[in-house]
Design a protein around this ligand. Structure first.
Ligand code: GLA
Length: 522
């Protein structure tokens, strides 16, 4: 059979709006179909599902909703939370290829499948990148409509969400994602709570234990969100965590699905907020992810406002953490929609490159941080093994200079004394938690060495000399250049000792990828 390309919906895609493209899709398909001879529906036509079991009783699902007419296959492919339009196809039942595309903000995502019909199954193979080993999958017929994109609920009218009075200093605690991802469960959360309550972290200020993605089950007949097998009783877990003098956080998405493909809060915002409150939840991280298939980036503020309202309506104090990777200058509207903190970047990884790129890239956002409302450059990777202790000291120092949330992301059940010492450096934490809530900024730079300062309450100043080079470097500067005029008292926050005042100039060595951090009091 000759290969034939489908027409791309290029005439419609100028408007960047994934939603518009999607809504116009049905019309486009019939228009394109009308231009061609009618062929009878081929055997590939139908709704197909690949169901891969997770260990928690849920499934990762991929739906292929196909229409085959001769050598043309059109339709859509849904992979967890991503809905792609089939924009190219070749072949037929005995061997075909499909390419799906979706708009995601400024970029386009693609999926590609090869497959053939075997009996009443589709045998498929796909790879993320051309160089990857292909993943083999089997799709079976699913009822028409299953897995389809839900109808669009129009965003609410904008109004300011009143301040909830929480997070007067940047939230501190722990989050499950960086270390455990999908492997987090009830027992582990309890053990982490035990650890945090007994290893000095709680006393150092770490309070929230936040369960990230993959706790979700489906919904019951009344639409109430269920936990999956990994979390048999969320209320009991919250009671346990509260019993340790700690607080419990949870995760969801404004979309139908979360990033990991689990159930999101779409259309159930108020109901979910009430469920969280009934469980005793104290913190919600709300992750855009699956919402991108329904809403545009420009619609983020009213969509986040909806959950902001819903949380407040519960009457329970719940810290609201926005996670949409810093799109649409979230720092300008995050507080108005009820947010206590908002992610400013994509996901951090446990490497010097990732951490330093994100951390040093926060320059310019300092006007937006204030008590109750924080820029969030993502969670800590301290102790996860991908960086040296020196680099982890830089990580904590930089986050503290930025007045960033301090959410540890390592396995606290087996933390080494060295890592614990970094995480619980109270003098550095005191900078992060300074009550004035002013975010620091870069004030001096020479090659790969830079100095950041942060005004502290009572007229003090936090000063951090960062050396971004691999090798150690001598840094020499005049105090006046970093805003210190006249003699001052200088406290080294990592050495835990007072420095002798050396006159108008300072000269000292900072280790490679390291930091020297002070509290300077005039
Ligand atoms: C996104 C978020 C991460 C994490 C995962 C969970 O990638 O940015 O922090 O919550 O989703 O699926």
């Amino acid at each position: 059979m000759p290969a034939m390309k489908n027409s791309k919906p290029s005439s419609l895609s100028g408007g960047e709006l994934a939603v518009a493209v999607w809504l116009l899709f049905a019309g486009l398909v019939s228009f394109v179909t009308a231009q061609q001879e009618h062929a009878p529906a081929g055997p590939l036509t139908g709704n197909w599902v690949v169901r891969v079991p997770n260990t928690d009783g849920t499934f990762r699902e991929t739906y292929l909703n196909l229409k085959q007419e001769g050598a043309r296959i059109t339709g859509s492919i849904r992979v967890t939370q991503f809905y792609y339009l089939i924009t190219e196809s070749t072949g037929g039942p005995e061997g075909f290829t499909l390419e799906g595309t979706m708009k995601d903000g400024q970029s386009t995502r693609r999926v590609r499948y090869e497959g053939k019909l075997v009996g009443d199954e589709l045998h498929l193979s796909t790879r993320r990148r051309p160089e990857d080993k292909p993943t083999e999958l089997v799709a079976r017929r699913a009822p028409e409509g299953e897995g389809a994109l839900p109808a669009r609920i129009p965003p609410p009218a904008r109004h300011p969400v009143p301040d909830n009075g929480l997070a007067k200093t940047p939230p501190m605690g722990w989050n499950s994602w960086n270390k455990f991802a999908g492997r987090i469960n009830d027992a582990t959360v309890r053990q982490i709570a035990d650890a945090m309550a007994s290893n000095g972290m709680r006393e150092a200020g770490y309070l929230y234990i936040n369960i990230d993605d993959t706790w979700e089950g489906g919904r019951d007949a009344r639409g109430n969100i269920q936990t999956n097998k990994k979390f048999p009783d969320m209320k009991a877990l919250a009671d346990y965590v509260h019993g340790k003098g700690l607080k419990l956080g949870i995760y969801s998405s404004p979309g139908p699905n979360t990033c990991a493909g689990y159930e999101g809060s779409y259309g159930h915002e108020a109901q979910d907020a009430r469920t969280y409150a009934a469980w005793g939840i104290d913190y919600l991280k709300y992750d855009w992810c699956g919402a991108r298939t329904i809403y545009t980036d420009e619609e983020m503020p009213p969509i986040y406002q909806k959950m902001g309202d819903a949380l407040q309506a519960t009457g329970r104090p719940i810290v609201y953490s926005l996670c949409q990777y810093g799109r649409l200058d979230v720092w300008k509207w995050g507080a108005e929609v009820g947010g206590n903190l908002w992610r400013t970047t994509g996901d951090i990884r446990d490497s010097w490159d990732s951490m330093s790129r994100i951390g040093f890239g926060q320059e310019g956002l300092e006007p937006w941080a204030r008590p109750g409302h924080w820029n969030d450059p993502d969670m800590l990777e301290i102790g996860n093994g991908g960086m040296s202790e020196t680099e982890y000291q830089t990580h904590l120092s930089l986050w503290s200079m930025l007045a960033a949330p301090l959410l540890a992301g390592n396995d606290l059940r087996s933390v080494s004394p060295e890592i614990l010492q970094i995480l619980t450096n109270r003098e550095v934490i005191a900078v992060d938690q300074d009550k004035d809530g002013k975010q620091g900024k870069r004030v001096w730079q020479s090659g790969e060495q830079e100095i950041w300062t942060r005004p502290l309450s009572g007229g003090a100043l936090a000063v951090a000399i960062f050396n971004r080079a691999k090798e150690s470097a001598r840094v020499t500067f005049r105090w006046a250049e970093v805003g210190v005029s006249g003699k001052a008292h200088v406290r080294d926050l990592w050495e835990h000792q007072d420095l002798e005042w050396s006159g108008p100039e300072y000269s000292g060595v900072t280790p490679g990828h390291g930091v020297v951090m002070w509290r300077v009091t005039p």
